[in-house]
Design a protein around this ligand. Structure first.
Ligand code: CAA
Length: 294
């Protein structure tokens, strides 16, 4: 397998394109927005610079990596020669179903269609195509060039052959893939989101403050980020939407999102991407300033 198309050039899409290209795959990065594609290439270049500065890549590796990425605003042309397509568009079910129907029409018939969804059912996405046995979840973690995990999610109809190909390809990216089945939240978010939700409840009930809750988990459990900072990093809207998928999917009140999370999303406090969540974010500054006031 050599030719991979990545759909969507946001945070996850550009990270996925980066790791495929760095590991020798020819990548077509597709986005309907040409400025978004330009921004994605600039981000990939900047992230490759970090690796060059650390000595894990040479300047030549960086240039070769960038040379393996082409961009495309038209999905039909972008998937025409793909052996694998990895969809990393916005987490919206209608959008994903539409993209999968289009990919199914225009990608070669033996191409594998993967999705980086963090919560939408792979089985449901596969049902939008005529090749459900070739549809699979490839759930990368943010930041993609750094995080070792790929959660490989088998839909109801995913074939053994497709699953083993994706496990192998993930290993070729230097990742450690883990195979899981298709139930709400898969494994990563089934465990992560209740922890984040509980941290928000702890804040909401006044048990402790933002910095204190994060410090307990950083220093007490050796987490690189506290759960509230991590929620800001992931996006509070994304956390809310994943919790709702689990709440609806299992019908269990233990997944009900904390009312504070709902309120913050309604107020447009979405975390790092909106400039404010539990913390305030100033471009260029790494200082963590608490924004949430009870
Ligand atoms: N590309 C390449 N390298 C990057 C990078 C990027 N985008 N971002 C960070 N790095 C590298 C840095 O160069 C640095 O490398 P060295 O340690 O080798 O020098 C290293 O990563 C650490 O970066 P920083 O020093 O800038 O910052 P940090 O020490 O605070 O680490 C972090 C940042 C890696 C994000 C760390 O805080 C962390 O691991 N946080 C938790 C991340 C996490 O849990 N991600 C999963 C989120 S859930 C998800 O993605 C799925 C979902 O469905 C919600």
């Amino acid at each position: 397998m050599k030719n991979v198309t990545v759909i969507g050039s946001g945070t996850m899409g550009n990270g996925i394109a980066h790791v495929f290209a760095q590991n020798g795959f020819n990548v077509t990065l597709v986005d309907i927005s040409a400025p978004a594609l330009e921004k994605a290439l600039a981000t990939i270049s900047k992230n490759l610079d970090r690796q060059v500065a650390k000595g894990t890549l040479t300047e030549q590796d960086k240039q070769d990596t960038l040379g393996r990425i082409i961009t495309q605003t038209d999905l039909k042309t972008g998937v025409a020669a793909a052996e694998l397509v990895v969809e990393a568009a916005t987490e919206n079910i209608d959008l994903k179903l539409r993209i999968f129907a289009d990919m199914d029409t225009h990608a070669p018939e033996n191409a594998i269609l993967a999705t980086n969804t963090s919560s939408i059912s792979i089985t449901k996405i596969a049902a939008a195509t005529k090749r459900p046995q070739q549809v699979i979840g490839m759930h990368f973690m943010n930041p993609v060039p750094v995080m070792k995990l790929v959660e490989v999610i088998r839909g109801y109809a995913t074939s053994d052959e497709v699953c083993s190909t994706i496990m192998r390809v993930s290993a070729e990216l230097g990742k450690d893939p883990v195979e899981v089945n298709d139930y709400p939240g898969f494994v990563a978010n089934r465990i992560l989101m209740p922890m984040i939700n509980e941290a928000i409840y702890t804040l909401y009930e006044g048990v402790s403050g933002v910095a204190e809750i994060d410090t307990v988990m950083k220093l007490g459990m050796a987490h690189p980020m506290g759960p509230l900072q991590l929620a800001d990093f992931i996006g509070l809207d994304v956390c809310l939407s994943i919790l709702r998928v689990m709440y609806d999917g299992f019908g269990n009140p233990k997944y009900a999102p904390c009312p504070l999370l709902v309120n913050m999303v309604t107020a447009g406090k979405l975390g790092a991407k909106s400039g404010e969540g539990f913390y305030k974010y100033t471009p260029g500054s790494k200082e963590l300033v608490v924004a949430y006031k009870r």
